[in-house]
Design a protein around this ligand. Structure first.
Ligand code: ADP
Length: 308
């Protein structure tokens, strides 16, 4: 069976809630503290594993306690962690998040071990023509580029989620079969002002301008509005599902995971985008990121047409 290989970040999100965020030099008393597995790579790997497709994670953790916990978490979610390395040189990637009474937050991310992921970490990873290789920009671009070069050599499908938005060279983008990004990332990568939220024509036109080769697919996620995909002069608009969204953290990661699983299962792009849009609509109805990813059964139950 084809598999999904995710080359990306693994973080522990440490979330403190307080009535308000501290000012410079100030200490405020918090209300709660939570530890949540995160990092775009790990979120996407958890998404694909929960959706029932064999998933291999290529990443790097520290040899500290967070590293142990994240290793156990990923493995418990069914992710193959045999290519998750451990290093004593840097701490496990950690995001320290303070959320105030209005739900506004301040975040400090220390990439730690994620920043040490390199081309040598791909040695021994089995990548085959049917596989789907997924990556993001929370690990060094050299690692992403090396992974996609290997993927290209064997004919695997490469999916890039260029988040956080980082200027990527044309060489790297030319190795990408499917680019999945949100509107802000589209604006950053294309160095254009973001189009108005509902102006799908302008968004699709910007996505088309971003294509670096004729067979490249660019999918722009539009939050509650759904997503638009362009391939050459073809355009597919998938309307968002009307659901009671309580927390959109991880929605983009769930979309990427949903898409990757369907491509690995050999489905057409159109069906893969519809499935991804349905899976993400379930994710936004639950709190958290890694923990809010749906199973294939949940997608089937909630969206029988999209999961058919
Ligand atoms: P990101 O989380 O990367 O900013 P988006 O906000 O565009 O990405 O969301 C990704 C996908 O999640 C959307 O394309 C859509 O399928 C789904 N989604 C996000 N917000 C909602 C919502 N409020 N209602 C329904 N689906 C949503």
């Amino acid at each position: 069976m084809a598999k999904v290989i995710v080359v990306g970040s693994i973080n522990m999100d440490v979330v403190a809630t307080a009535d308000r965020r501290p000012r410079v030099g100030e200490t405020v008393m918090g209300r709660n503290l939570g530890f949540f597995p995160g990092g775009k790579g790990a979120n996407q790997a958890v998404s694909t594993a929960r959706l029932g497709v064999p998933t291999v994670m290529v990443g790097k953790l520290g040899t500290d306690r967070f590293g142990d916990e994240l290793y156990a978490f990923l493995s418990g979610q069914g992710v193959d962690v045999s290519h998750v390395g451990r290093t004593s040189v840097a701490p496990t990637g950690t995001a320290v998040i303070v959320v105030d009474g209005h739900g506004d937050n301040s975040i400090v991310v220390v990439s730690g071990a994620n920043g040490l992921l390199g081309p040598s970490d791909l040695e021994g990873v089995d990548i085959e023509a049917d596989d789907v290789l997924v990556s993001q920009f929370e690990v060094p671009l050299e690692a992403v580029g090396a992974a996609f070069s290997l993927g290209r050599t064997v004919g695997a499908t490469t999916v890039l989620n260029p988040a956080p938005a980082t200027p990527a060279g044309e060489r790297l983008l030319s190795l990408v079969d499917v680019l999945v990004l949100n509107q802000l990332e589209l604006a950053a990568l294309s160095s254009e002002e973001p189009a108005a939220e509902r102006d799908v024509d302008a968004i699709a036109a910007a996505a088309t301008r971003l294509c670096v080769h004729p067979n490249q697919v660019v999918i722009v996620t539009l939050g509650a509005q759904g997503a638009v995909a362009v391939e050459g002069d073809q355009r597919l608009i998938v309307t968002g599902h009307r659901v009671n969204a309580v927390d959109t953290t991880g929605a983009g990661d769930c979309f990427v995971g949903g898409l990757a699983t369907q491509l690995a299962l050999g489905h057409e792009l159109v069906d893969a985008v519809r499935f991804a849009n349905a899976a993400a609509a379930i994710c936004v109805q639950r709190h958290g990121a890694g923990t809010s990813m749906p199973t294939a059964e949940e997608v089937r139950r909630n969206f029988p047409v999209e999961a058919a």
